[in-house]
Design a protein around this ligand. Sequence first.
Ligand SMILES: Nc1ncnc2c1ncn2[C@@H]1O[C@H](COP(=O)(O)OP(=O)(O)OP(=O)(O)O)[C@@H](O)[C@H]1O
Ligand SMILES: [Mg+2]
Length: 392
Amino acid sequence: MTLAPPDHPLRLLHLEDSELDHELTLAHLRRGGLDVQALRVDCEAEYLRALEQPWDLIVSDYNLPGFSGLVALDLLKAYGRDIPFVLVSGEIGEDTAVEAMRNGASDYLLKNNLARLVPALLHAIEASETRRARERADLELGESKQRLHELAQHLQTSVEMERAAIAREIHDDVGGSLTALKFDLAWIARHSDTPDVLARVNNALETVTLAIEASQRIMHNLRPAILEQGLVAALQWMAARFEKRTGVVCILRTPQARHPLMQHLPAGVPLVAYRTAQEALTNVTKHAQASRVEIDLALAGRVLSLEVSDNGCGLGQDDLAKARSFGIRGLHERARTVSGWVDLSSGPGGTTLILSVPLPESDEAEAAQAAEADDEPITGPDDEDPTHWGEP
Ligand SMILES: Nc1ncnc2c1ncn2[C@@H]1O[C@H](COP(=O)(O)OP(=O)(O)OP(=O)(O)O)[C@@H](O)[C@H]1O
Ligand SMILES: [Mg+2]
């Protein structure tokens, strides 16, 4: 491959004690079609001063009085400058050449083979530009990924806030009006003795009752009020409802609900765990063809984990890459909002999804734990297991 010379004069820093060799090098470069602006330096002080300026390339003699090409290379690295560096020597041993390349030299040449000089320099410049472009692209990609994560997390949080606000409005406005309506209809029913009116009012009462139930259901889906009774209670309710609705056996194991750490879960964690279990169970219904699901909520050290495993058909990498599937992707982002993470494993025996959330040190939880320890043991006399598995 022929490399094109740069479209501007090549800024060359030449570390060379012999003026004659310097001239010879320049002659080779010009003969090779390169327009060069060169500065020759031959000692460490001058070299360091020169490093302040912008250079396209450094060519260095290997042996200099009181200085050496390898030291110059180390200084360049220490200085944090990314400039292609080519070592030239009257005689360079293989070991030295290998060491120089390992230390970041772009290339090395023998002085008696300066015919290779121009292609070697052009190649060094191009390799350095390619590397820099790749580093820039990696950096931009990393920043863009980070922004995407932040956006996804922000969306998760704002969706939850929006849901909570809608649930509140349904509760206050719709729920309040329906209850008032039901109250008035009941009053009319009590004070009317016309059979037609009574029949109509009772119909209306039924409709209002259904509307109240529907609004409660919608409110619950928007914002699970059951979470106010704690994560354990909410999961128990979810598991029971899932089993009843789908016929799939659902076993739930949880730590003791009154465990101090469970009572002082950081804000956001119960909802993240709840939504994770909800999505995992929805996936079991939609995809797994399972007959049994186990949900394990556990505390190990200061890490809360929620494991949902089914005995279904399992999933593959292709399933996770589906363009229009956002459930599991959303769970990863949700977990990040509370500094947690999600692991997914699958095989012929089924699928397991685990949410892990490290719980921060909290004075409140520590104090509660200490008080609890003074008060009564977390495990009762009949229950030696500190995690006291709850009812399925
Ligand atoms: N428990 C499971 N058993 C078998 N396959 C599963 C299970 N969970 C997920 N999958 C597979 O992984 C895919 C991705 O799941 P994911 O929850 O991300 O998306 P989805 O359920 O298809 O859509 P949604 O965005 O509504 O959640 C599913 O389409 C399904 O093929
Ligand atoms: Mg899903």
